[in-house]
Structure formats: structure tokens, C-alpha cells
Design a protein around this ligand. Structure first.
Ligand code: ATP
Ligand code: MG
Length: 398
């Protein structure tokens, strides 16, 4: 007997009242796109759960991908069968034989009250069958079993389910609109993107490059990071690459060194906001964390933030660097982030940036030159790349 179903539970979604249909439909759509490579799968969306029908697909491979879909609370590999207890017994035995655990518990739920026998009696009958047929040394443990097998007797069929696997949690990506993530090659911004996606907000990314000061490897690093993040979406993320060189050099020509960082970041914010508005993004997101560097004191943030109207989300604002690194490791971006390639910010870092900049001074420097034309040029010449399943299968982008 082969596992033929995966049962998916929504968790947090159950509290969402009338928005529920919107959520479950989006979850179905995202799941289908993440699992697109398994062409034989079919789906059955119900009120309180979703079934993925395997039709012969390898359940371990499907489960590995399913773990990154936000909005899924938990899931279980399941065997669906006709309503005959003998079949259920065989499925339970198979699950226990395939598992390395030594203790088990059977939990029967009888949704169809017409099915003969009490749940407790069915549990006992199946356990007896397992003990007679198993090749393993087994014990029943009702409190902390290694293997928990659930037998659900529903009106249409019996479902026998393997251990519950924890899902990614959060909300389905897209139900919360879309935001523009400012993506450097560092550790923090991919984590900020992941946390935003977890709340159901879809993302596009903007990256500021300063060729020839930054090279192709820096660009590849950013795209590799986006490639990791896309597994937490519906499989696809758009990246906007801004050529920032001319503007950055102009900032360094016309601003006092202590204000170059502040003015440069004000320019980044302005350009990001314009790109966001053009692409229906409702907020900016970045990886700023209070006090990490000179541009991330509250004073700096205030002077930098005031040039935009869109809300700026900072999901890692209050996390310690070690907490951010923990998440980066979990989502597999850390190893990419620590590759040693130059970011435009690190190349042009002034020696002593102001930690308490003043708005009027930043404005005075900005009045000395026609920055607006260069800002618009950056927006007009932005390069758009879609990172999806074809990434690195197609050499054109490098
Ligand atoms: P990270 O680890 O994300 O690079 P950081 O601690 O190095 O962050 P900064 O370099 O000061 O901090 O950047 C703060 C935030 O500004 C980043 O998290 C990112 O959101 C944004 N940012 C910085 N450089 C770039 C860039 N070249 N392109 C796009 N966004 C950037
Ligand atoms: Mg950085």
C-alpha cells in the first residue's frame, strides 16, 4: 500500500471569519505553484482542510517543498481507503514499519457515528493486529509516542495518517498585499524579507548596484538570495536592479563626508518609493536594526525616513544580530550572505558618518545639485529580472 494523500491543516486561518475563502483560495494557488514540478498532483480544497492527492508522486519530496508554504499549520502523509477496518490495519502497520520509532499510539476519530465499534475498541483491535504482524520490538506509549497514527473514519472514506509534520505557519503570501524589499547582499535584508512573507505580504526586491565598483559576483549573490526567498512565496520574485553609480558619486562630490551616508540613504529611499508606487507595492521593507550602524540610530532613521510617504517596515528592528543569524541559518541564506563581495554601501562608506544628522543640513547639501534628475534616471533605467524556476537554467542574466 502506498501513501496516496497529504492532509493539510490551516491553523491560524480558522480565526479569519469571512476572509476565509480568500485565504484558502490563495493558499491553494500558492501551494500549486510551489509544487508545480509534481505534475501528477491534484487538489481538493475543503472548508477546514486541503487534500493533496499524490497520484504516484513521491511523498517525501512533496513534503520537503510543502514545509516552506506560509499559511500551512501542519500536514500529514495519509492513506485514503474504503471503509473497511482490515485495510486500515494494514496501513497502520505499514506506517509503523517504515518509521524508526519504537513506541506508538493509535488515535481513532469516528466522525461517522454509524461505523461499528467505539473508538477505544478500534484502537485496541488495530494495536493487536500490529503486535501480531510487526517485525519490530514495539511498545504502546499513550503520552509521548514516537509514532502517532491517526485513523479518521469519515463519511466518505477512512484516512490513516502518519505523524503530524509542522508547517511554516503564518499567512498565505499575497493576502496582505505587496511590499518592496530593499535587498543588499547582507544578512539582515533576506531575513526581513522572509518575516514579511510570513505575514502574508508578497514582495518584490530592489537592489542598488554601483558598477564597476560592485561586480557580477555581488549581483549573483543578491540573485541567489532572492532565489532562496522565492521558495517561501508562490515561486517567483521580481528584482529591480538600480544602477546607482552616477548618483552615488554625485553625493560624494556635493556633500560633506559626514553627511554622505545620510544623503545617500535618502536617495535610496526616494528611488525605492518611486519603484514601489510603479509596481503596486504598499510599503518599503528593509533590514535596519536599531543601533547596528551609524545610519541606524533613531536620529538617522528619522532624517532618512522623512523623504518618503510610504510606510517603511523593519521586521528585524528589535532583534539581536545573533537572533537574525539564527533565522538566516534556518532559511538557508546565511552562507550566501557571508560570501565576501562588495556592496555599494560598503565601498563608499565615509570614515565618520554623522550619528545625529539634522534634516536641514541634509536638505542644504541636496539643494547644491540637481539630484532629482539623477534619481529619475535611476528609476527610468532600472533593470527588471524575474527569479523563478528557470533561475540558473538560463545563462542570459549573467
Ligand atoms: P544587511 O545585512 O541587510 O546588508 P546591514 O546591517 O549591512 O544590512 P546597511 O548596509 O546599513 O545594514 O543597510 C541597511 C538596510 O538598507 C539593509 O538591510 C537593506 O535593506 C538596505 N540596503 C543597504 N544596501 C543596499 C543595497 N545595495 N541595495 C538595496 N538595499 C540596501
Ligand atoms: Mg549591508
Amino acid at each position: 500500500m502506498e501513501a496516496n494523500y497529504i492532509l493539510v491543516r490551516f491553523g491560524e486561518l480558522t480565526t479569519k471569519g469571512k476572509n476565509r475563502k480568500l485565504f484558502t483560495n490563495r493558499l491553494l494557488k500558492n501551494t500549486k505553484e510551489i509544487l508545480a514540478e509534481f505534475k501528477q498532483l491534484t487538489y481538493d480544497l475543503q472548508h477546514d482542510r486541503m487534500y493533496i492527492i499524490l497520484n504516484g508522486a513521491n511523498h517525501d519530496a512533496v513534503c520537503a517543498k510543502l514545509k516552506t508554504v506560509f499559511g500551512i499549520y501542519s500536514f500529514s502523509v495519509a492513506y485514503k481507503m474504503e471503509k473497511e477496518l482490515e485495510l486500515a490495519k494494514k496501513a497502520v502497520l505499514q506506517i509503523i514499519e517504515n518509521n524508526s520509532g519504537k513506541t506508538f499510539k493509535i488515535n481513532t476519530k469516528r466522525a461517522d457515528k454509524n461505523f461499528p465499534g467505539k473508538s477505544q475498541d478500534i484502537n485496541r483491535e488495530i494495536a493487536t493486529y500490529v503486535f501480531h504482524h510487526t517485525s519490530k520490538e514495539l511498545k504502546v506509549d499513550v503520552h509521548h509516542p514516537d509514532i502517532l497514527v491517526t485513523v479518521e473514519i469519515r463519511h466518505d472514506a477512512i484516512y490513516v495518517m502518519d505523524n503530524i509534520i509542522k508547517g511554516a505557519g503564518g499567512y498565505p503570501v499575497g493576502v496582505g498585499g505587496k511590499a518592496l524589499l530593499m535587498m543588499s547582499g547582507g544578512i539582515d535584508s533576506p531575513v526581513a524579507g522572509y518575516l514579511t512573507l510570513k505575514r502574508g505580504v508578497d514582495i518584490e526586491c530592489v537592489h542598488f548596484a554601483a558598477p564597476p565598483y560592485t561586480n557580477e559576483l555581488a549581483r549573483e549573490k543578491v540573485l541567489d538570495l532572492v532565489d532562496k526567498l522565492r521558495h517561501f512565496t508562490h515561486g517567483k520574485i521580481k528584482v529591480h536592479i538600480v544602477n546607482f553609480t552616477k548618483l552615488q558619486l554625485a553625493v560624494y562630490d556635493h556633500c560633506d563626508e559626514s553627511y554622505a551616508m545620510t544623503v545617500m540613504r535618502r536617495m535610496m529611499y526616494r528611488i525605492s518609493e518611486k519603484i514601489a508606487l510603479k509596481n503596486h507595492c504598499l510599503a518599503l521593507v528593509n533590514g535596519e536594526s536599531i543601533g547596528q550602524v551609524a545610519s541606524q540610530t533613531l536620529n538617522s532613521m528619522q532624517v532618512i525616513n522623512e523623504v518618503v510617504k510610504l510606510p517603511v517596515l523593519r521586521p528585524v528592528l528589535c532583534l539581536d544580530k545573533l537572533e537574525i543569524i539564527d533565522i538566516a541559518t534556518k532559511i538557508d541564506t546565511y552562507e550566501i550572505s557571508i560570501r565576501p563581495h562588495e556592496d555599494c554601501c560598503t565601498i563608499f562608506t565615509p570614515k565618520a558618518p554623522a550619528t545625529k544628522p539634522k534634516s536641514y543640513k541634509a536638505e542644504a547639501f541636496e539643494a547644491e545639485f540637481d539630484f532629482e534628475t539623477l534619481v529619475n534616471e535611476c528609476v527610468d533605467t532600472v533593470e527588471e529580472i524575474i527569479i523563478d524556476d528557470n533561475y540558473k537554467k538560463n545563462d542570459d542574466i549573467f
